[in-house]
Design a protein around this ligand. Structure first.
Ligand code: NAD
Length: 469
């Protein structure tokens, strides 16, 4: 069995306690990872603080060069990391390859964004300059749905802007991230990037730690709220990227068959376990039945299975808790008398598999519509008046993303702008770029990641004000 280690101060460290990692396609444990103690967190934070002095003094160009070598190392080890990601996360092989291919591109694109000082005034009254300083040590806490790309996005933003990092993966998917730490150990100066894994205590220890200056958290709304409270102990800067219940509104001028694949994969990609997946679909009554049928046809034709099996497009739910939660929502949906057009059941095989499920004739006030299921189940809701659709789409405490599907893109953009969300798309959904800010409105988050806006959230704004003569 492969032996995984934390990366602390550029060295491999083990722990006394070990935790199991379950393969969601079999429901069996297949590996163990070390459970970091509080003392090991202290060591990682101390190492990051020591490394900060040298790392923060480097120029952006020097840090960009280090990060370029980081990207290169990830590319060279992709073949080894991809199967590990499939085994611990459950996603299909092609999706794991895509995730490992995206990570180095993300590093290069984020670290090529320029952060410029700004002159606010330069006249006889004085010279006022706006500069940006790194914050110090950033604690990064990540979830289990897209473990590498989410971690890399935050790590690169923190490092490129001159901070040092302690990163913690989810206990459900720690292995690829720990292995990534091992691979890049010789590439960055010791202590600049520390990666430690652990059980349920490690996250709260990080958020309350006096030696950490910022927390970049990605996960559920409920945990995000706890992070915010705990991080207030030393007024840490906080970015929260939380859950969503994204609505997509389909206008009556579209061809349902033509747009069905785009909508389907925006809802069911990664087995529906995407923060900004389409989770409520509002369809105009004139095209309601054909839209439902087009989606159900795709759902019935998609191969669900172990990510290593050929042609599989949808894997299992990532963990037992999530699997049971989605099954609970499915049972509740059936009790409401909704029409199940495809799926509606677990697969009769070991592992956490649920058939992709399309639900028609369902209303607000049900668990499926009001909660974030985070699984392969999509409610299709009927509307007749666009004002009513917009009101219903906005009637939620979530506000991550949303989309409008129409042939009239100008009208689509106007409707999209009325959605109370961080990102409103037209004729697409789940579309992200490193140079475009991403984050949630309302309870879907606080702050933005990516782009110059995200990078500056890893820095403190500083004014240099020189008196005029
Ligand atoms: P989660 O909130 O349970 O856990 C996320 C991380 O926080 C894990 O590493 C976990 O160990 C850690 N954690 C748990 N309790 C903690 C605490 N009290 N203090 C500090 N850390 C703690 O979320 P999850 O189940 O791993 O992920 C699914 C959720 O993440 C969904 O709601 C999804 O929408 C959301 N998500 C959001 C984004 C985004 O960018 N907005 C991206 C991916 C996932």
């Amino acid at each position: 069995m492969q032996n995984f280690t934390h990366t602390i101060d550029g060295r491999g460290e083990s722990s006394e306690a070990w935790l199991d990692v379950i393969n969601p396609a079999t429901a069996e444990p297949f590996a163990k990872f070390p459970d970091a103690s509080r003392a090991q967190l202290d060591q990682a934070v101390a190492a990051a603080r020591r490394a900060f002095a040298g790392w923060s003094r480097l120029s952006f160009q020097e840090r960009r060069e280090y990060l370029g070598r980081f990207a290169q190392a990830l590319r060279e080890h992709a073949e080894e990391l991809v199967p590990l990601l499939v085994r611990e996360q459950g996603k299909p092989l092609a999706d794991a390859k895509a995730e490992l291919a995206l990570a180095p591109r993300q590093i290069e694109r984020l670290s090529s964004i320029e952060i410029k000082n700004e002159i606010l005034r330069d006249d006889e009254h004085g010279r006022v300059e706006l500069r940006y300083r790194p914050l110090g040590v950033v604690g990064i806490i990540t979830p289990w749905n897209v473990p590498i790309v989410i971690a890399i996005g935050r790590i690169v933003q923190a490092l490129y802007t001159g901070n040092t990092v302690v990163q913690k993966p989810s206990p459900n998917t720690p292995l690829t991230t720990l292995r990534m730490g091992e691979i890049i150990r010789g590439i960055l100066p010791p202590g600049v990037l520390n990666i430690i894994a652990g059980g349920n205590d490690l996250g709260p220890w990080m958020t309350e730690h006096a030696g950490i200056d910022k927390i970049a958290f990605t996960g559920s709304v409920a945990t995000g709220k706890k992070v915010l409270v705990s991080a207030s102990s030393n007024l840490k800067r906080v970015t929260l990227e939380l859950g969503g219940n994204d609505a997509a509104i389909v206008l009556d001028d579209v061809d349902p068959k033509a747009i069905a694949p785009g909508i389907f994969w925006a809802a069911f990609g990664n087995c529906g376990q995407v923060c900004m997946a389409i989770k409520r679909l509002y369809v105009h009554e004139r095209i309601y039945e054909p839209m439902c049928q087009a989606l159900a046809d795709i759902a019935r034709s998609v191969k669900v299975g172990d990510g290593f099996e050929p042609e599989v497009k949808i894997g299992p739910l990532q963990n037992k808790m999530q699997y049971e939660r989605v099954l609970g929502i499915l049972e509740d949906t059936k009790r409401q008398g909704a029409r199940i057009l495809a799926g509606g059941h677990a697969l009769s095989r070991p592992g956490y598999f649920i058939a992709p499920t399309i639900v028609a004739d369902i209303k607000e006030g049900t668990r499926l519509v009001d909660e974030e299921p985070f699984g392969p189940i999509l409610p299709v809701l009927r509307y007749s008046d666009i004002e009513d659709a917009i009101r219903r789409a906005n009637d939620t405490r979530y506000g991550l993303g949303g989309s409008v599907w129409t042939k009239d893109t100008d009208r689509g953009a106007e409707i999209a702008a009325r959605l109370e969300v961080g990102t409103a798309w037209v004729n697409q959904h789940c579309h992200l770029e490193p140079t475009v800010p991403f984050g949630g409105a309302k309870e879907s988050g606080l702050g933005r990641e990516y782009s110059v806006v995200g990078l500056k959230s890893y820095m403190e704004t500083q004014v240099i004000s020189v008196a005029g003569s």
